[in-house]
Design a protein around this ligand. Sequence first.
Ligand code: ADP
Length: 481
Amino acid sequence: MRTEKLYINGEWKDSATGETFQVLNPADGSLVGKMAAAGKEEVLQAIAGAEQAKEEWANLPAQVRASYMKKWHQLLLENEETIARTMTTEQGKPLAEALGEVRAAASFVEWYAEEAKRVYGETIPASSSRKRIMVLKQPVGVTAAITPWNFPASMVTRKISPAIAAGCPVILKPAEQTPFCAVEIIKLAHKAGIPKGVISLLAGPPEIIGDTLLEDSRVRKITFTGSTDVGKMLMKKSADTVKHISLELGGHAPYIVFDDANLDKAVNELMGAKIRNCGQVCIATNRLYVQESIEKAFVQKLSQEFSNIKMGSGFEEGIQMGPLIDGKAYQKVQEHVEDALSKGAKLITGGEGFHKGDHDQAGYYYKPTILVDVTADMKIMKEETFGPVLPIQRFTTEEEALRLANNSQFGLASYVFTESLSRGIRVSEKLEYGIVGLNDGGPATVQAPFGGFKESGLGREGGHFGIESFLEIKYVSIGIK
Ligand code: ADP
């Protein structure tokens, strides 16, 4: 059993109160280890450390910040197997998926090491020959990053990398279910020589840590990935000190399959878009709309694939889907299925789960499930399910498909399958979503802007877009002789 500490101002330490919390293995509820739990005192120490490190870090030439990050990137790749094993142990996803995530996590560090060097300002022609206008981009300052459990490595580096590349120290608070991946990633940042105070790691009670960070005016930016409810609350609380805020919140992705789609492709891509990480992905397909004439053929193909999925502990050979994160997640999935069935949906496959081990909080599995004859009033068609359940609704026209797809308060990812170029472009342009996968079930990648419309969030992460939200724009108006 492992025991890990907090990382504050370049040192690994326990909290002053000595408090810890337990981390469970979602595969069977066994105890993975204990993590030190930060209190207010540790949060204030981390803020002070970040504040102290701020100027020196920001003043380093971008090439020097980049060289630390490149070293960190290299160490992440050298240790990918260890981090992936930790991820499967505390998060549950199949080992191959975990390994893929660690590589994706490393790619953010590499990308932003490069991007650090391309923070360009501007000069603007003035309206007087005796003036010059210079626009600078400068780091926003101390940043708090709050990350979720579903991608415990890539969400950490997707936030820290652009921040430190821009010159902002970061205080990271990973999710309480998955602190050990973050510990391993930050240990490697330490080993790469990233100076003290530039990155801190605080785990523990979210409200205490969150409120202390939010109330403090020295923290200038908050970047969050997680539920819409918590995101809204963070937004409200950051108003008092007018912090910069980036939010990557919930989604409810529609997946539209037109009758001119390549059906095999639409089914194959859906396996990733629905089954990956047991459906616990903010861009996971939550609603599928299929054109009437191909519904039967599509559902048949899909149900074959779904019923063949191998489910179990992420360490078992050939496993395609692991457990849900915990009992709360299982209850939500079950509730969505029961609600749909009670309102007239028909079960095609799945519809049940099982429990392993003897801890009531973890060890929950749910079979890949397909529901048809669903209607818009069912919970599953409105709320994020975060599980391997797919409700399918048929449509007749393109217009109807768009209306159904856009009928959501969420606007993160959407998917369209058609072999018609014109239809693909038309529909992509009309979808009210930050991300469209056009004949593509896996659109997330380091160089592209990831983020949502409506209540799915604010700002974009990834690509050259991702560093912008860590930069202030300063304008210097120069009078000359
Ligand atoms: P989920 O329900 O999927 O766990 P959350 O939004 O609750 O999603 O969690 C995402 C992250 O937000 C986690 O790191 C969690 O600890 C953190 N979090 C939850 N509640 C708060 C809060 N009140 N203040 C700050 N952070 C919070």
